[in-house]
Design a protein around this ligand. Structure first.
Ligand code: PFF
Length: 503
């Protein structure tokens, strides 16, 4: 059943630009910066396997659902859900789901930009041969000095947000589409070059086996801060859902789901283009690029006798040590950081777009005004993550703010305040907002929207595509998300939220 609605916000010139834009959104810091260290910390191949399961069994059906909502609603996530809920004669409160996903994207952008700013800074440093011949301690020290300086981090965060705002302010065709046509193919070519370099490196097999070797213990058993397994009083390991929840959260994050971006990209999509086929290829491209990044990074790490499980600083300390030591390290290093920058840019524009579209619709602003407001607000919230990167925990960060406003006497004696602001925002978004958003999107499209509407929008030639998708989206995805989410949340609440004063 046709909806008769059209997009007033712009449209892609065809299927290919949409594919590139969606791939650009999906492929980001999550693939190249986050995936390798999360894999490293959570059992290598065991994590990869669980993650792949989530990408294709939960992620892909939710991805298709988001495009269906956008293409049928033809408005911002908030207004599309409002219209579609009314059309299905259900509560208009579903619009709030559109609000929730938009806020999630906005929050991600706030810290994404701080990391991307560091990537820009490192592109310049590596290109200018700053690390050539430097010792490991020297590189580590350079990073510590760099990140402990909030002004520098803030400056690069600002530069990155400004670049993103310029692209988004130019609109769908002249901004989003124009940039992805260049950056996405360039990114793939550069990653392939890096991988060829890794193949010629004698540690390629070590790197590959690290990525694909299974260590289920690391995935399912709890460890303490130092990384040793926690043994309970009866002498056995303690099971944890954390690794599995993280694999699910990362599957949503990496595909760019639950933040409204794919809904908005669906708004600009012509009806003739097959949703099933394109989203499937985006998921394949995204997964291949994450694996490719792992295959390019780990061999370099091992070739220089470094450790892979370095946490978030893997890219900013471990790799520069290797770039400093290898022949043509400044060329290879620049190629790597430029790849990372392109990946971050095309993701960040997708993160900003839903808030911008919502402001345009709601406040009748021009696109440029909306970009200034949404980009500015995200920049402001990003300051919390600037402090986090420079080493302050949430307690210190809040004290800086309360001191500024001369507020005193607040009790921050809870363990959660020991985390950094980045860990808190990333935790709330990846472990809570993304799964909850994904669950509600699946429920909305599977149970609230009529079967005729979703079948019409999906427009699949092969009837099996629709049937399989519908079973996944109605039963399998919601059930799995609910169980894993609830179990993970229970553990998290136990660990951080039940009152545990700092001693
Ligand atoms: N998928 C991106 C990554 O893996 O880095 C992150 C992201 C981009 C999430 C765009 C959401 C989004 F809309």
């Amino acid at each position: 059943m046709a909806s008769g609605r059209v997009s007033h916000l712009g449209e892609w010139s065809g299927g290919m630009p949409f594919f590139l834009a969606a791939t650009g959104a999906a492929v980001g810091l999550g693939n190249i910066w986050k995936f390798p260290y999360v894999v490293g910390e959570n059992g290598g191949g065991a994590f990869v396997l669980v993650y792949l399961f989530f990408v294709f069994v939960i992620g892909l059906p939710v991805f298709m659902s988001e495009i269906i909502i956008g293409r049928r609603g033809r408005q911002s996530p908030y207004h599309s859900l409002y219209i579609l809920a009314s059309e299905a004669q259900h509560s208009r409160h579903w619009a709030k789901l559109g609000g929730l996903v938009t806020i999630a994207g906005f929050l991600i952008l706030s810290y994404y930009s701080v990391v991307a700013g560091q990537v820009m800074a490192y592109s310049v440093r590596v290109a200018s041969s700053a690390f050539v011949g430097m010792s490991a301690d020297g590189v580590l020290n350079t990073y510590n000095v760099f990140r402990s300086n909030p002004e520098t981090l803030l400056a690069w965060h600002t530069v990155f947000i400004v670049v993103v705002c310029i692209v988004v302010s130019r609109g769908v065709k002249k901004g989003l589409e124009a940039i992805v046509k260049i950056t996405v193919p360039a990114l793939v070519i550069m990653l392939l070059l890096l991988m060829v370099y890794a193949i010629y490196n004698h540690s390629f097999l070590n790197g590959a086996s690290y990525l694909f070797d299974f260590d289920f213990k690391k995935l399912i058993y709890a460890r303490d801060v130092a990384g040793s397994f926690i043994i309970d009083s009866s002498g056995s390991y303690q099971f944890t859902f954390k690794g599995i929840l993280m694999a699910m959260g990362h599957a949503f994050f990496t595909l760019g789901l639950s933040v409204g971006a794919m809904m908005v990209y669906g708004v600009y999509l012509d009806r003739d283009i097959s949703i099933g086929k394109t989203t499937f290829f985006v998921a394949i491209a995204d997964t291949s690029i994450a694996l490719l990044a792992g295959l390019a990074i780990f061999p370099i790490v091992f070739a220089y006798g470094l450790s892979a499980a370095q946490g978030p600083s893997l890219v900013f300390t471990t790799l520069p040590i290797a770039f400093g030591a290898m022949y043509f390290g400044n060329v290879i290093g620049s190629l790597f950081f430029l790849t990372l920058f392109f990946a971050a840019l095309t993701s960040a524009i997708a993160l900003l777009e839903p808030s911008v579209v919502w402001l345009i619709e709601r406040s009748k602003m021009t696109r440029v005004q909306a970009v200034v407001w949404a980009g500015g607000a995200s920049w402001f919230v990003g300051i919390i993550s600037v402090f986090a990167v420079s080493g302050a925990n949430l307690r210190d960060t809040i004290f800086v703010i309360t001191d500024f406003f001369s507020i005193s006497d607040i009790d921050l004696g809870h363990r959660i305040f020991n985390l950094t602001g980045f860990q808190v925002i990333d935790g709330i978004v990846t472990l809570v907002l993304l799964p909850v958003g994904g669950l509600l999107i699946a429920v909305f499209v599977g149970w609230i929207m009529s079967a005729e509407s979703s079948r019409y929008e999906l427009n699949a030639k092969n009837p099996w595509v629709y049937t399989t998708w519908r079973i996944l989206v109605r039963y399998i995805s919601p059930a799995l998300i609910l169980v894993i989410f609830a179990a993970g949340l229970f553990e998290w609440v136990n660990k951080y939220l039940l009152y545990q004063p700092v001693l």
